[in-house]
Design a protein around this ligand. Structure first.
Ligand code: SF4
Ligand SMILES: [Zn+2]
Ligand SMILES: [Zn+2]
Length: 308
């Protein structure tokens, strides 16, 4: 197998792209693919300040690496979820990467933010951990972006994440979610910044290969809560379809964005208002985070027993 670009022996084959690459050409191809997504979707420009949400995993660290290589002003944001040794190790990986590359990293530790670590919140509110985690991450990503006066919040969601999310949204026809499933979300509230996903057309396999070739030391273990997540069932189904018909995931996401997403976006609900308590965007009187905190406090406080 020869490299599609330079005819040297190829190290990696990408069936969805009908191409194969040697190591230097793959690194070039990957970075160029990310750059093209940024430019074609007008995600951000050179003068803007980016806050990159990093989990210590391959996707977010590969993305941060590409952004730094392309010369963007990219600061990392690590949110410590308090999920035992998984969180400790993922923080270590993110911090070590930042130090080695000389990149700035901000850290928010949920246990220090009122003792709201994911396992405790999930247990007390009886939510599935990923639901509690999602609400908390979204809140702290938004808050950190606003507090640090960043222009853009960048996340490492890749093609596999987007295809699985799309499949879940379509299977249940979640119109609200489909209306907001885009690689660029423009702010609909003064306390939202633009949100972008530069890896939305880049497969998980490609980011894994890129991370390996660039010597990025990332956390390989999945979060222990991932095992029960429905997202993995969708990913597995999509991987089987992809094996039988390479390029399906890419077409699924691309064609949705081109042909169907605008119709959902046009019918989207009203923009959020201010949360009455914290001022963050809210679709009711309180934002999702304040509602979660309330629920946590209500359940954690034992009711006074009735007098005899
Ligand atoms: S698997 Fe669930 S709990 Fe773990 S980091 Fe992801 S969303 Fe959070
Ligand atoms: Zn080559
Ligand atoms: Zn609030």
């Amino acid at each position: 197998m020869k490299c599609t670009r330079c005819r040297a022996p190829a190290e990696v084959q990408l069936r969805a792209h009908n191409a194969a690459f040697c190591r230097p050409c793959f690194v070039f191809f990957f970075q160029r693919q990310v750059e093209r997504a940024i430019e074609s979707e007008r995600m951000f420009g050179r003068g803007e300040r980016l806050l990159v949400a990093v989990s210590g995993g391959k996707d977010s660290l590969a993305l941060w690496d590409v952004l730094a290589e392309l010369g963007y002003d990219a600061t990392g944001l690590y949110v410590g979820l308090g999920i035992g040794s998984y969180s400790a190790l993922s923080h270590q990986k993110a911090a070590a990467f930042a130090e080695r590359r000389g990149l700035p990293l901000r850290t928010v530790d949920l246990e220090n933010e009122g003792g709201l670590a994911v396992p405790a919140v999930a247990q007390v509110t009886r939510r599935v951990p990923c639901s509690a985690c999602g609400t908390m991450k979204r809140h702290w990503f938004d808050a950190a972006a606003i507090d640090g006066r960043f222009d853009v919040l960048v996340t490492g969601h890749n093609l596999d994440d987007e295809a699985a999310r799309l499949m879940g949204n379509v299977l249940r026809w979640q119109k609200d979610h489909l209306a907001r499933q885009r690689p660029v979300l423009v702010p609909t509230h003064p306390r939202f910044v633009r949100k972008v996903k530069p890896l939305f057309l880049t497969s998980e396999y490609e980011t894994a290969v890129y991370a390996f070739m660039r010597g990025i030391d990332y956390i390989v273990d999945e979060c222990p809560n991932a095992a029960g997540a429905t997202q993995l069932v969708y990913k597995d189904a999509l991987n089987r379809i992809e094996a039988a018909s390479p390029g399906t995931k890419l077409a699924f996401v691309k064609e949705f964005l081109r042909a169907a997403q605008p119709a959902f976006a046009a019918a989207d609900r009203d923009p959020p208002r201010d949360c009455e308590r914290c001022g963050m965007p809210a679709y009711g009187s309180l934002c999702a985070y304040c509602r979660l905190v309330d629920e946590m406090q209500r359940r954690a406080t034992p009711r006074a027993s009735a007098p005899a």
